[in-house]
Ligand binder design. Structure first.
Ligand SMILES: *Cc1c(COP(=O)(O)O)cnc(C)c1O
Length: 400
């Protein structure tokens, strides 16, 4: 019988980190409590001193959250996990705990828009400068990384264009100057991409996406080396307070139990919708990392197990075609969330990425015709029929 350390991913997702209370419940318990009590003043002193085990306060830790933290670090295959109230709280904490005034950061230019705001606008207030590079170009990374670069931020596949960054190659450049590599692994999920095996130091997640997977809760996670977590991240999280609610942690524990099944189904359907869209005359280009002809197929093959659950469909007719497509959808909803059991589609140029000026949008490949499709777990035949009729509507809008 394999011990917990040898469990395969599917077992970790269902059982990793689980601890039973004296009531022997089957499902993990939710400890909805902000505080904890002590049997004596001396015990309180010992717990605060760290010489006796036990919880102190909900902003620091909670038993339900501990189960999720342990499940996620087991899933990631290393590191220590801490939870946050949202994916952006995780991204912000990870970055802030790697830099100080005067430091330099390098990031890919195509990013989730709030990640870009933190790196471009927020860090400036503290005297930290971030340079943005074409993340598909390893020479651009080489040119931008300097001796004072302390952090590298990689989002791959990137939102919404699904461009890829070669994590191992960038990590090698970062190692040479002692910079920490932070990977936003949200689009790929830990099932498709394993950043630690590729040289990353820190991995961040929005549990809001595939981990909850059912569109219920907002949450985040940071996984990093033990010395950085206890030395840098823990003090930051304890004192600034972006704690995840235990109720949310419980939802994510339940979501993880089915994540492998959901993600496998979504990837398979994404492949079918990719083939349908690629063959359609209304489509100028469709990007999916599982495409053998993806411009970075070699990188996808070297670091991803499967193409992921998102497609970027660029419609020939520009914004009118994109709007006609979205408005015609009957099963798929128009929504900017992703990684949900429900298929969701969005128009990045006018929603999530609207604050970028048109020149930057063009540089990033966020064209007026681009639609991002997050593929859910509905019956693939219903999704094919829905996307096919919406593409026909886009074609009609273009012709008219
Ligand atoms: C959703 C997302 C985030 C932010 O997560 P929230 O839970 O919404 O705060 C960051 N990066 C990427 C790539 C995302 O998809």
């Amino acid at each position: 019988m394999a011990g917990a350390d040898d469990w395969k991913t599917g077992t970790v997702l269902v059982r990793g980190g689980s601890k039973r209370s004296p009531y022997k419940e089957t499902s993990e318990a939710i400890f909805l409590t902000s505080g904890f009590v002590y049997d004596s003043a001396a015990e309180a002193e010992a717990r605060f001193a760290g010489t006796a085990p036990g919880y102190l306060y909900g902003r620091y830790a909670n038993p339900t959250n501990t189960m999720l933290e342990e499940r996620l670090s087991a899933l990631e295959g290393g590191g220590v996990c801490r939870l946050t109230a949202s994916g952006m709280a995780a991204v912000t904490a990870a970055i802030m705990c790697c830099v100080r005034a005067g430091d330099h950061v390098v990031a890919g230019r195509a990013l989730f828009s709030s990640c870009r705001w933190v790196l471009e606008t927020h860090l400036k207030r503290f005297g930290v400068h971030c340079d943005f590079v074409d993340a598909t170009d390893i020479e651009a990374w080489r040119a931008a990384i300097r001796p004072d670069t302390r952090a590298i931020f990689i989002e791959t596949p990137a939102n919404p264009t699904l461009e890829l960054t070669n994590i191992a190659a960038v990590a090698a450049l970062a190692k040479a100057v002692g910079a920490r590599v932070i990977v936003d692994n949200i689009f790929a999920t830990p099932l498709v991409q394993r950043p630690f095996e590729l040289g990353a130091d820190i991995v961040v997640y929005s549990t809001t996406k595939h981990m909850d997977g059912q569109g219920r809760t907002l949450g985040g996670a940071v996984i990093g080396p033990a010395d950085w977590v206890t030395g840098e991240l823990d003090p930051f999280l304890r004192h600034t307070g972006p704690a995840m609610s235990p109720f949310v942690a419980w939802n994510v524990l339940k979501g993880l139990e089915t994540m492998e099944l959901r993600v496998a189904r979504s990837i398979e359907t994404a492949g079918r919708l990719f083939a349908l869209a690629r063959a359609h005359p209304a489509v100028a280009r469709v990007l999916w990392p599982g495409d053998p002809d993806h411009p970075q197929a070699a990188i996808a093959a070297s670091q991803m197990r499967g193409g992921g659950t998102l497609l970027a469909i660029d419609l020939r007719g520009g914004q009118p075609a994109a709007y006609a497509f979205l408005d015609a959808l009957q099963v798929v909803d128009i929504s900017n969330n992703l990684g949900d059991a429900k298929s969701l589609a969005t128009h990045p140029a006018t929603t999530t990425h609207r604050l970028l000026d048109p020149a930057v949008q063009a540089e990033l490949g966020i064209t007026p015709g681009l639609v991002r499709l997050s593929v859910g777990i509905e019956d693939p035949r219903d999704l094919e029929a829905d996307v096919a009729q919406a593409l026909a509507a886009a074609a009609a809008a273009t012709a008219g």
